[in-house]
Design a protein around this ligand. Structure first.
Ligand SMILES: Nc1ncnc2c1ncn2[C@@H]1O[C@H](COP(=O)(O)OP(=O)(O)OP(=O)(O)O)[C@@H](O)[C@H]1O
Ligand SMILES: [Mg+2]
Length: 225
């Protein structure tokens, strides 16, 4: 079953084309990795799936519902059941780890008791329960990555978008967290679109790799084939 269908999408920023006729389909439980040089349109692709911007032409469907089309957003980001880990993490500096994770649950009207339960469960899962009361500045880079991941996962997204989530980490931690992401994926069963410009990381994570260049798809490969 196809969870995300991006069909012939093109988009531009102030007249400069960023994506040119891009079509991507993500199957249930699949892990696609988008690989390509800086500026090729990776983040733009994720933004479009998340619903932070509308395609100029083409359409996007999630779980069989048209979410963007005819140049506009039809279903807003908070109703898409899509989680995103941003390139710069975008943790709220004034909130604790707990506060960062609860934020999305609060916005969705989840009652306090259940919020706490779900927050602690996901922190446990990413190995960060003991840091619940710290602020982001009091955490290492790897710990901040785990919090960003937990913040997206606590909303139980059908699709998890990750924008170079491990690029700021040293090689050893990068490899370790890759394995943790794969474990979480196995356990929770979301579909995944993961952006990187690290080949090695891409081949480790992907069930399918999409090679992008200058706003277009150049090739699609299945690791191991
Ligand atoms: N807000 C914006 N306004 C104008 N142009 C933008 C904006 N965001 C991105 N672009 C341009 O769109 C193109 C695609 O950008 P995008 O951020 O998708 O690239 P990327 O593949 O994620 O690159 P990186 O690996 O550096 O993160 C680039 O040419 C970029 O300069
Ligand atoms: Mg980017």
């Amino acid at each position: 079953m196809k969870v995300v269908i991006m069909d012939s999408v093109s988009t531009a920023y102030n007249g400069t084309k960023a994506l040119n006729n891009v079509s991507i389909e993500i199957e249930a439980g699949e892990r696609i990795v988008i690989l390509g040089p800086s500026g090729c349109g990776k983040t733009t692709t994720l933004r479009l799936i998340a619903g932070f911007m509308a395609p100029d032409t083409g359409s996007i469907s999630i779980d069989g519902t048209l979410v963007s089309g005819d140049g506009r957003i039809i279903v807003p980001p908070e109703q898409r059941n899509v989680g995103m880990v941003f390139q710069d993490l975008a943790l709220w500096p004034h909130l604790t780890v707990r506060g960062n994770i609860e934020f999305g649950l609060k916005a969705r009207g989840v009652p306090a008791g259940e919020r706490t339960k779900r927050t602690m469960a996901i922190l446990e899962l990413v190995g960060m329960a003991e840091y619940a009361d710290r602020r982001p500045v009091e955490l290492s880079g790897g710990q901040q990555q785990r919090v960003a991941l937990a913040r997206a996962l606590v909303l139980e997204p059908r699709v998890l978008l990750m924008d170079e989530p491990l690029s700021s980490l040293d090689q050893e931690l990068n490899v370790r967290l890759r394995k943790e992401i794969l474990k979480l994926h196995e356990k929770l069963g979301f579909s995944m679109a993961y952006v990187t410009h690290n080949q090695d990381e891409a081949f480790d994570i992907a069930t399918r790799i999409i090679f992008m260049k200058h706003g277009r798809i150049e090739a699609i490969k299945t690791p191991g084939n």
